[in-house]
Design a protein around this ligand. Structure first.
Ligand SMILES: Cc1cc2nc3c(=O)[nH]c(=O)nc-3n(C[C@H](O)[C@H](O)[C@H](O)COP(=O)(O)O)c2cc1C
Length: 240
């Protein structure tokens, strides 16, 4: 049987159901993770912590075990400042919002957060630029047919997102805070050649030590009328 360091193997007695209201350490870390964008200190994370964060990212699941990510660990303050500057200087910075699926134009309901995201990058000691190799959805050159299979795009994006979340949770467990910034992709034209990306710039995970304890989400949930957990069939389970 394979060992499960740091936790009981699934199905063992150690994985018993928690008492009502109790969380184990993993769930507590998940619930503690928030997007933190302010009040970072000068403190830098030690090598051993950065290594474990990266290892957690590399341990993410992926369709067909494709491992469609490359993680670019940036700790040089000069390079971090340069990334921030490139975001501020990127053409189209003000219109960099998700596209409205009906019109194909920038979504009228969203405003650009690139300047705020660039300020976060400038304030942290660790930036992990996340590259998506997109093995299912684009050719080795990065080219994608207009009708590229949406399922393939999802497979690629899911796995890279899982790597990001693994790193974010690992960082949280070490007392680091920060935020994943898809906004970094606004400066792809500058960052991709400088860091030597072969695939697409998926975003950047900005991490540091912050004095902010907890911060509410920046946006309200879209589609508030939708119940996000639907319980089918059971009547005797505790609903979240
Ligand atoms: C795919 C993705 C992209 C994101 N991009 C940005 C971003 O560019 N700028 C930013 O400030 N926050 C960004 N965020 C953070 C979200 O705004 C945040 O996760 C959300 O508001 C919920 O807040 P919470 O993380 O504190 O729970 C991103 C999050 C995800 C998952």
């Amino acid at each position: 049987m394979t060992g499960h360091a740091g936790g009981p193997p699934p199905g063992s007695e150690g994985a018993a159901a928690p008492a009502p209201g109790q969380q184990n350490g993993t769930v507590a870390t998940i619930m503690r993770r928030r997007s933190v964008r302010a009040d970072f200190t000068e403190r830098t994370p030690p090598n051993s912590v950065v290594r474990q964060i990266v290892q957690a990212g590399l341990a993410a699941p992926s369709a067909k075990n494709a491992q469609p990510w490359r993680l670019h660990v940036v700790r040089d303050p000069g390079l971090i400042a340069w990334i921030s500057e490139q975001m501020m200087a990127a053409p189209g910075r003000e219109e960099f919002v998700p596209v409205d699926p009906l019109s194909g134009q920038p979504h009228p309901g969203h405003v650009s957060t690139v300047a705020a995201s660039a300020a976060v990058i400038a304030a942290v000691p660790l930036v992990i630029v996340v590259e998506s190799l997109e093995p299912f959805s684009s050719a080795a050159s990065g080219a994608r047919a207009p009708g590229a299979d949406q399922f393939a795009i999802r497979l690629d994006a899911f796995a890279v997102g899982a790597a990001v979340q693994n790193m974010w949770l690992a960082a949280t467990s070490f007392g680091l805070a920060g935020v994943f910034l898809a906004d970094a992709a606004v400066a792809s034209d500058a960052i991709v050649p400088r860091l030597g990306l072969k695939g697409a710039l998926f975003g950047a995970l900005a991490l540091g030590y912050s004095r902010v304890d907890a911060t509410p989400p920046m946006n309200a949930a879209l589609l508030p009328e939708i119940e996000r957990a639907v319980w089918h069939g059971d009547s005797d389970v505790d609903r979240v």
